[in-house]
Each structure stands twice: as structure tokens, then as C-alpha cells.
Design a protein around this ligand. Structure first.
Ligand code: HEC
Ligand code: HEC
Ligand code: HEC
Ligand code: HEC
Ligand code: HEC
Length: 496
């Protein structure tokens, strides 16, 4: 059997073209198996090795397969003999005349063909699978995806594959994404892409197909308590407490609900925005299953006839569901809350924000600049206490560097505020893009921006953290009245 295989290989390697073909195919085949084994064993992990294995090797394999018949064809041309004659010449010593010809040679070729098809099928499947791994999407293109990759890894969706949100289900989505991917490879190679990558992503799959695979709109109900602690820029970095009770319900039917009312089955909110950028709204309309129709137009802007109309979905509010870039102030607040930056360091809130918002030409310069700026500040102003600060200072520097590393990517022109979050109204207009006094219907009724429509404000920059008081508790408590009032409001909103 082995001898027969070798003979046939020799027979196929009729001239240098055939020989090249056979060697290419065989070595690509064995190399693939070896690399694949090493990858499965976790010895090779680099995305680039993956790229070579799943793209270059199968390509060489196919090239080899094509060269074999080409070589044969050229041989036929040059000798002027027919295939059968040539076969007889070549395989004389193999008793391929008559019956044995059909059974031996053809069987071997058949087996080889089956092996080829299995190999290519398996290879293609592995390649598609590999290209769907977040690792590939996040790291294959030389840092182009570095900002998205960094923010993704630190998000609630760190274990949700990129394609779950970006590609969606079905053959159509897959083909679209491959065509799009091909264009991306070209634009990265030729450096044609925009930096930063523009947002919003117009070809993102509809949220109904992606987000709703895991999050079901009807399950939103009640309130969600949100505690934000902000730290003042004074010497003690004094904490201030804000507590919101977010009315996240979707409501039942067309009746008034809460924040997720927009995406309940019964309601459809559509809008058009300037240049389809989803920032400045031209008009908003609302259709409900009971036949209600309202249209609000922006007093300050006039609509065009060719405006792109969009149905509001999850990503109009959750545009930063995964690629969550932080606000520098809030980033430092959160690290202090988590105990990663110590308030024992005087003015640490102010100094940390100032260090991470410095204008540095490269990431390396930034990381170094943060360390220098913070060290110098404490050295010059608190030199005598430096000894007792060292441990906290080291941790503060490392934490600030991590914040910087996650949010700032000079290679893609991503700095603070490039990708604002629309969930709220702190980083840009957010909800107020539509909920503002200029967005009015024909009766001059605006889309409400009432401060308690979306949340109850249980505490606002308060010195004390919000707490529910138990009945009968000290009337002398300075916050007693406020807490009592808000507790009843909170409880009654739960009943709704
Ligand atoms: C949970 C869903 C989700 C996952 C998982 C996800 N993304 Fe995104 N991605 C989004 C949304 C939402 C946007 C913003 C869309 C918009 O505003 O139009 C976005 C935007 C982007 C953008 C455009 C730039 C920007 O930030 O607006 C890129 C590039 C991107 N994602 C790449 C990736 C890569 C690479 C991965 C995997 C490592 C990934 N995404 C995983 C939901 C997701
Ligand atoms: C494959 C499943 C999956 C998909 C698809 C998905 N998510 Fe999630 N999402 C999750 C899981 C799991 C969590 C909870 C993580 C946790 O509790 O830490 C989550 C958490 C969230 C949260 C809450 C974060 C918080 O503050 O508690 C939001 C908001 C969210 N997802 C929005 C979206 C949006 C918008 C999309 C579509 C662009 C989406 N998700 C797509 C699985 C998914
Ligand atoms: C594209 C425009 C648009 C955006 C963006 C938008 N909304 Fe709305 N929202 C509407 C419209 C239209 C209504 C209905 C107004 C009416 O009927 O008077 C509404 C109603 C509401 C309601 C009342 C629901 C009810 O029960 O009647 C809440 C709560 C709400 N929005 C919260 C939010 C929050 C929170 C955000 C930001 C995260 C937001 N909205 C962003 C258009 C928008
Ligand atoms: C009108 C704006 C808006 C739309 C549209 C919207 N959300 Fe939300 N969502 C919010 C706000 C605001 C919150 C509360 C944020 C917070 O508590 O920090 C929230 C909270 C959430 C949470 C966490 C809530 C919880 O109970 O833990 C999830 C998950 C979520 N949204 C998913 C989705 C998905 C999926 C969609 C689309 C089907 C969607 N949202 C559509 C504004 C919106
Ligand atoms: C259309 C809905 C909506 C309206 C109207 C609205 N807010 Fe908000 N507000 C939000 C959302 C959403 C958030 C963000 C929650 C989060 O961080 O996830 C928020 C956050 C806040 C915060 C917390 C800020 C922080 O950093 O801790 C305060 C304070 C606040 N709102 C005050 C107000 C006041 C005052 C008004 C009236 C002028 C108002 N809001 C009107 C939706 C709304």
C-alpha cells in the first residue's frame, strides 16, 4: 500500500510543476496537522500563527492540488501522448493494465480525493471558527481594534463573542460579514480606514436579532437602585453620594411604563437625525398598537426629505454596552470607591484626574508621565511624609496607568470623550437628544424632561450615603425628612 502511494506520487510528479504541486500539498497538509496539534495543546497561541495556519496553509494546499493536473496537462502537450498512453508509460511497473488499472490507481486517487475534501472541509470549518473568536477580531489587525478590544475585555460582555453582536444569525449575516471583512482587510492593508473608527456602526445587526437573544424586553420591570459616589477635588477627596432609583420597566401594553417602554412590543419610536449620526434629532415619532400616532419635530432644525429613518432600539441608548470608555472624573471616582486608590493621599482625586488627562504623544509617554507627575506632586508638597505614602502612591500610580491604558489609544486617535455614552445625560446629550423642550408635537407639547420621569433622585450629592430609615428612627437625623419622603415614593413606584 505504502509502495503504491509512493509510486503514484512519483507518477504524478511528472515534471517540476507536478513535483512542486505534490510537495506543496503534502507539506501544507502535514504542517497544518502539526500546528493544529500545537494550538490544541495550547503551546502556540499567537493570533498570527492562527492566521498563517488557517489561511496560508489551506491556500498553499489548494495551489498544490491545482498544480498537479497543470503539470500533467503540460506533459501531455509536450509529449503529444494521450492520458491513457501516458498512464501506461508511467505506471508500467505497477501492473495497471486492464482490471488492475481501474482498481488500483483509481482507488488510490479516490482515497486521496476523499482525504483532500475532508481536509479542506475540516480546515475551512476550523478557519471560520477561528475567525469568529473574539481574540481574532480583537487582535488580528495590528492594533486597529485595540481600543474596542481593551474596553470589551473589561465589560459585562467580556465573554460574549464579538460576532454575537456584530454578525447575527443566518447565512445572509455570515456572508455580509465576510464581504465586509474582506473590505476591512483591504482597508487595513492600504491604511484607508478612519481613525478613530467612526461611530455609530450603521451596519450593526438589528438589536432584535442580537441583544434580544439574551435580554428579553418584557423582563424589565420595577426599579433599579443606582449608587454613585463622587469625590470632591479638595484635600480629603470628600465623598458625595448620589442615589437614583432608575425606572427601568417596559410597562405593560401601551400604558405608561418606564425606560424600556420604548422597546416594548406595543410601541415603536422612530426618528431621523442630522447626517444619520444619531446625535441631533430632526424629528421623532411614536406609533402604538392601539393606533396612537404622534410626531415631534425639532423647533431648531428643519427636516430634509431624504433623511434616513431609524427605529429606536437597544443601541440608541446602550451604544456603549461593551466598548465602555470612561469619563476621567468618574473613572477615578470608581477606582477610589473600589479601594484601588487611597484617600490617605491628599488631593488624590484632583491629582489623579490631572495626571490621566495630561496630553501625552504616545501611550508609553502617558504611562511614564502619570508616574512622574504623581510622584513629583507628593515629593514636592509632602516630602516629609513621603515614607508613609509610598505604598499607597505606588498603587495609585499603577491604577491610574491601568485606567489610561484602557481608555487612551493614540494609534487610533482615541482620547477622552471620543466615544460618548448615550445612556443618561452626563457624557453628552444622551436621553436629552429627544427629551428636551425643543422637541414638540403639533400642540407644542414637548417630549418630557421631567427630572423624576426616568429616575427618582433619592440622594443628590449628599454627605451621607442614602439609606432607608426604619419607622421610629431618630427624628433628629438631618436627612430624616428626605429619606422618609423618598422611601414612600420609592415603595409606591414599585407597586405600579
Ligand atoms: C454586547 C454586544 C457587543 C459585543 C460582544 C461586541 N461589540 Fe462592538 N459594538 C457594539 C455596539 C452596541 C457598538 C456601538 C454601535 C453604535 O453606536 O452604533 C459597537 C461598536 C464597535 C466598533 C465601532 C467603534 C465604536 O466603539 O463605536 C468596533 C470597531 C467594534 N464594536 C468591534 C468589536 C470587537 C472587535 C469585538 C470583540 C472583541 C466587539 N466589538 C464585541 C456591541 C458589541
Ligand atoms: C450572548 C448573550 C448576550 C448578548 C448577545 C448580549 N448580552 Fe448583554 N449581557 C449578557 C450577560 C450574561 C450579562 C450579565 C453580565 C453580568 O451580570 O455581569 C449582560 C449584561 C448587560 C447589561 C447590564 C450591565 C449592568 O450594568 O448590569 C446591559 C445594559 C446589556 N447587557 C445590554 C446588552 C445590549 C444592548 C446588547 C446588544 C448590543 C447585549 N447586551 C447583548 C449577555 C448578552
Ligand atoms: C429617539 C428619541 C428618544 C430617545 C433617544 C429617548 N427617548 Fe424616551 N421617549 C421618547 C418618546 C417619543 C417618548 C414618548 C413621549 C410622549 O408620549 O409624550 C419617550 C418616553 C419615555 C419615557 C416615558 C415612558 C412612558 O411610560 O410613557 C421614559 C421613562 C423615557 N422615555 C426614558 C428615556 C431614557 C432614560 C432615555 C435615555 C437613556 C430616553 N428615554 C431616550 C423618545 C426618546
Ligand atoms: C430609551 C433608552 C433605552 C433603550 C432603548 C434600552 N435601554 Fe436598557 N437601560 C436603559 C437605562 C437608562 C437603564 C438603566 C441604567 C442603569 O441602571 O445604570 C437600562 C438598563 C438595562 C439593563 C440592566 C437592567 C437590569 O434590570 O438589570 C439591561 C440588561 C438592558 N438595559 C438591556 C437592554 C436591551 C437588551 C435593550 C433592547 C432590547 C434595551 N436595554 C433598550 C435605557 C435603555
Ligand atoms: C429621559 C430620562 C431622564 C430625564 C428626563 C432625566 N434624567 Fe437624570 N439620568 C437619566 C439616566 C439614564 C441617568 C444615568 C444612569 C446611569 O448612570 O446609568 C441619569 C443620571 C442622573 C444623575 C446622576 C449623575 C451622576 O453622575 O451621579 C443625576 C444627578 C440626574 N440624572 C439628575 C437629573 C435631573 C436633575 C434631571 C432633570 C433636569 C434629570 N436627571 C432628568 C435619565 C434621565
Amino acid at each position: 500500500m505504502y509502495q503504491r502511494f509512493v509510486n503514484i506520487m512519483r507518477g504524478l510528479s511528472t515534471n517540476w510543476i507536478g513535483l512542486l504541486g505534490v510537495s506543496l500539498t503534502t507539506s501544507a497538509f502535514f504542517l497544518f496537522i502539526v500546528v493544529e496539534l500545537l494550538r490544541l495543546l495550547g503551546i502556540l497561541t499567537s493570533t498570527y500563527i492562527g492566521l498563517i495556519t488557517y489561511m496560508a496553509l489551506p491556500a498553499l494546499f489548494i495551489l498544490g492540488l491545482v498544480l498537479v493536473p497543470v503539470g500533467w496537462f503540460i506533459l501531455r502537450k509536450s509529449t503529444g501522448k494521450k492520458t491513457k498512453e501516458l498512464l501506461n508509460d508511467k505506471f508500467e511497473d505497477l501492473e495497471i493494465e486492464g482490471k488492475t488499472f481501474g482498481s488500483n490507481l483509481m482507488r488510490t486517487i479516490l482515497i486521496l480525493t476523499v482525504v483532500n475534501i475532508l481536509f479542506l472541509g475540516g480546515g475551512t470549518a476550523r478557519m471560520l471558527h477561528f475567525m469568529e473568536e473574539p481574540e481574532f477580531c480583537g487582535t488580528a489587525c495590528h492594533g486597529v481594534m485595540q481600543p474596542e478590544w481593551a474596553t470589551y475585555q473589561d465589560s459585562p460582555h467580556a465573554h460574549v463573542a464579538c460576532i454575537e453582536c456584530h454578525v447575527g444569525e443566518g447565512a445572509g449575516a455570515l456572508i455580509d460579514s465576510k464581504i465586509n471583512g474582506l473590505w476591512q482587510v483591504i482597508s487595513v492593508t492600504l491604511d484607508l480606514y478612519e481613525k478613530p473608527i467612526p461611530t455609530p456602526v450603521h451596519q450593526l445587526r438589528p438589536a432584535r436579532e442580537t441583544c434580544e437573544k439574551c435580554h428579553w424586553p418584557d423582563k424589565f420591570y420595577g426599579n433599579r437602585l443606582l449608587n454613585n459616589v463622587h469625590f470632591a477635588k479638595d484635600e480629603a477627596s470628600t465623598p458625595k453620594h448620589t442615589t437614583l432609583s432608575m425606572k427601568v420597566g417596559s410597562g405593560k401594553g401601551t400604558s405608561k411604563g418606564g425606560i424600556h417602554w420604548h422597546i416594548s412590543d406595543q410601541n415603536e419610536v422612530r426618528y431621523a437625525s442630522v447626517n444619520d449620526e444619531r446625535e441631533e434629532m430632526l424629528w421623532v415619532d411614536l406609533k402604538q398598537s392601539d393606533g396612537t400616532f404622534k410626531r415631534f419635530t425639532n423647533r431648531k432644525l428643519s427636516a430634509q426629505t431624504d433623511d434616513v429613518v431609524r427605529s429606536l432600539d437597544c443601541v440608541d441608548c446602550h451604544n456603549r454596552a461593551t466598548h465602555i470608555y470612561e469619563d476621567p472624573d468618574v473613572a477615578i471616582d470608581n477606582r477610589i470607591s473600589e479601594g484601588l486608590i487611597s484617600r490617605n493621599l491628599p488631593f488624590i482625586k484632583r491629582e489623579a484626574v490631572s495626571a490621566i488627562t495630561g496630553n501625552y504623544p504616545t501611550k508609553e509617554a502617558g504611562l511614564e508621565g502619570i508616574a512622574t507627575q504623581l510622584t513629583n506632586f507628593y515629593l514636592f508638597n509632602y516630602g516629609s511624609q513621603m515614607g508613609s505614602f509610598l505604598v499607597d502612591l505606588d498603587q495609585a500610580i499603577a491604577t491610574c496607568q491601568k485606567v489610561y491604558d484602557k481608555n487612551i489609544h493614540q494609534n487610533m486617535n482615541v482620547t477622552w470623550g471620543v466615544y460618548p455614552n448615550n445612556l443618561g445625560h452626563q457624557q453628552g446629550e444622551g436621553c436629552f437628544r429627544c427629551h428636551n423642550p425643543d422637541m414638540v408635537d403639533e400642540n407644542e407639547q414637548a417630549i418630557s424632561d421631567d427630572c423624576t420621569m426616568c429616575h427618582s433622585i433619592l440622594a443628590n450629592d449628599s454627605d451621607h450615603p442614602f439609606k432607608f430609615l426604619t419607622p421610629g428612627q431618630e427624628k433628629g437625623d438631618p436627612d430624616y425628612k428626605m429619606h422618609l419622603y423618598h422611601q414612600s415614593e420609592f415603595l409606591s413606584s414599585l407597586d405600579k
